[in-house]
Design a protein around this ligand. Sequence first.
Ligand code: GLN
Length: 539
Amino acid sequence: MSKYIFVTGGVVSSLGKGIAAASIGKMLESSGLTVTIIKCDPYINVDPGTMNPFQHGEVYVTDDGAETDLDLGHYERFTNAKFTKNNNITTGKVYHSVITRERRGDYLGKTVQVIPHITDEIKNGIHRGAEQSKVDVVIVEIGGTVGDIESLPFLEAIRQFRIDVGRDYAINVHVTLVPYIKSAGEIKTKPTQHSVGRLREIGIMPDIILCRAEKKLPKDACEKIALFCNVDKDAVITAVDAKSIYEVPLNFQKEGLGKLISRLLKLRYNDTPLLDWKRRVVNKQKKPKKEIKIAVVGKYITLQDAYKSIYEALAHGAIANDVKLSIAKVDSEDIEKFGPLKYLKDVKGILIPGGFGSRGIEGKIKAARYARVNNIPFLGICLGMQTAVIEFARGVCKMDDANSSEFNKMTEFPVINLIEEQKNIKDKGATMRLGAYKCKIQQKTKAYNAYKNEVISERHRHRYEFNNTFMEELKKKGMIFSGINPERELVEIVELKKHPWYVACQFHPEFKSKPDKAHPLFADFISAALKVSSGKKKK
Ligand code: GLN
């Protein structure tokens, strides 16, 4: 039977609970245990797919096409677990399922209530996630912060869950903040005490307290927290601020978290140091030979979380090439207003990520043109590919008002268009082309060079597609259609003949990149950026 680790958070949000859960998973996995991680999100949206990235950050997509929380991206980058729609439980999903059953009459006349019906549904969701992967340890992260009204049913559910499976089969890890007050020269344990107090009010006793802090907490502070929060002295662990998220599993291990968890859950755990991870990921980030500057041109660049997987995949590409990455985050609306030169003149590569809506699109088109005419390595992803196609049609094929019908329904040249099956869809939730699709790659192309494979599978999240009516014309002018979905003839990858490295894909390669196994397109993009000389004249 699986053992369970519940991870809750207190004091403030953004403490890195997701990274903590992923790091615990990494530590346990490296000792030979199998793990999975489930994220519970207390918001009422069924999934984050309908949310603005400014509200929620990136939407992470799994192979089975679930639009999920970005923490699943961390879980997948840190561990080898397989993630599906069952790894993300939201209040919206839980209520949707309970209300559907109520309408069917499944509750046989009972009053349907938060306890037990909603809490039962949450527990069933956790069991579903656990059963699908049959692992030694299931880590469950509860989103939000203790004290939020909306997370109460989840906390009640995990309280009950521990009783259901038996106390020895589950532990609670609480992540809190221990701030350092500069003017007083002191660290403060009170917020942690209050947060644990709130947890205890609802019947949850933490077994381990993970204290986010700028520096390692002194022994007396840990002892004080242990005393006031009713945990063992060695169960107060500092989660010290790290330069890179990939150091966190190493730090946790050094702090004895692996041994502690295995003692509490009676796991067959040997505390083998994460040497491989250290060598292949952490040390490489510390000792890079050179630095490379890559621009990400998007419209959500002010929010770090909006392009989370893109930034991580770029970092992986840099690790694979032994370079230090510096990212210029460029707002496409600025390029629209002031032109590309000001923002892109010193970058060695340009990446245009996915996105929706027309705001900033002309700026992206200018950035794609700048990369094309100046021979700057370019990676376009999803909307980034659509942008590259529009730019090529306008700039090279003389289709002056070429566009995507997402932005201009009246264009004479709808080079990006809706396919038939998308045309009559009215609902916004979970109706895009989502999840893993196959792609066949043409040999002797940049894409083939990167993947070294003829058939690949990548994840999608979009409605619009390349319009095949224009394929021949664009081909004639030098666009290569190097990746095609074999079942439906949909264009997956395009590239340019006369360019050192200009590749754009309709799918999202960033979701499958790992720190110790950079995605081939990201690795080759960074490698091309390194190779292309920087001293060229810019037009
Ligand atoms: N808006 C475009 C579409 O729906 C691109 C989507 C994306 O970049 N994820 O097709």
